[in-house]
Design a protein around this ligand. Structure first.
Ligand code: ADP
Ligand code: MG
Ligand code: MG
Length: 254
């Protein structure tokens, strides 16, 4: 059975229809890359699935492990196992990273009917996660995202992902891009969490991230729909040829 099943998803932002009937099916353990021209709706897809305010669903359905996602709020989606990385530039002054992470993990565990983890045990896990993403343990004491550089925010998000252990992780590489060190941290985080059960959606404008994270499938999103799907070789083809051959082919169709 699919972990994520998206059927005919239509969504609009400020009265403009952005997603126009998007289908996507992801099985447990799979890594799917989503590429496509700027403005195609890639980030919108992540926002709509995670339940961000201002993104209105006007058609279709989406389920995660059988849970109807579109009917529940952003927190519930997170507790259902969905994680959206890289596009939440939230600063929460006065709340330390450690407190924030612990409360998220507790809420997730509670939602899954698991006992909460002891502070001592959690601190140990959090320190290990820091090490894995090359952040000093002092980061745990700092305010959430307070004064973090772009690279630190990304490492911090990967750390959250490592601790929350979501079922489906959506990583959206923003247009600003990642430097090569941050890219490797992201890739190592993802690769260390691949276990045959957890799935990933990697949104990227460039092929280079996929040199480090090998996708099982590559999709091209154009004008609010998936217009082409293939294996990892499709990313190389896109790198060499761009997207116009796909969009032109589409407009030539009757
Ligand atoms: P991509 O990530 O593929 O570059 P986006 O999902 O960011 O594309 O954007 C898709 C389209 O939706 C673009 O035309 C963009 O201008 C529009 N859009 C996205 N978010 C908003 C918003 N908050 N308000 C108005 N338009 C938006
Ligand atoms: Mg964009
Ligand atoms: Mg985007």
């Amino acid at each position: 059975a699919a972990l994520l099943s998206v059927k005919g998803l239509e969504a609009k932002v400020e009265d403009k229809t952005i997603l126009k009937g998007l289908d996507l099916e992801i099985k447990p353990g799979e890594v799917h890359a989503i590429m496509g021209p700027n403005g195609a709706g890639k980030s919108t897809l992540g926002y709509v699935l995670s339940g961000r305010e201002g993104y209105e669903v006007v058609g279709g359905e989406a389920t995660l492990a059988g849970t109807e996602l579109l009917d529940i709020d952003i927190e519930e989606r997170s507790r259902a196992g969905l994680f959206l990385a890289f596009q939440y530039p939230v600063e929460i002054p006065g709340v330390s990273n450690l407190e924030f992470l612990k409360s998220s993990v507790d809420a997730h565990r509670e939602a899954q009917g698991l006992e909460s983890i002891s502070s001592k045990e959690f601190l140990k896990e959090a320190r290990e996660a820091c090490k894995q993403v090359n952040l000093p343990a002092e980061f745990l004491k700092r305010g959430v995202n307070e004064g973090f550089s772009g690279g630190e925010k990304k490492r911090n998000e990967i750390m959250q992902m490592l601790l929350l252990k979501p079922k489906l992780c959506i990583l959206d590489e923003s247009d600003s891009g990642l430097d090569i060190d941050a890219l490797q941290v992201v890739a190592e985080g993802v690769n260390s969490m691949r276990d045959g059960e957890r799935s990933f959606v990697v949104v990227t404008h460039y092929q280079r991230l996929l040199d480090y994270i090998k996708p099982d499938f590559v999709h091209v999103l154009s004008d609010g729909k998936i217009v082409k799907s293939g294996d990892a070789s499709l990313a190389l083809e896109l790198e060499a040829q761009g997207y116009s051959w796909l969009t032109e082919q589409r407009s030539a169709d009757p």
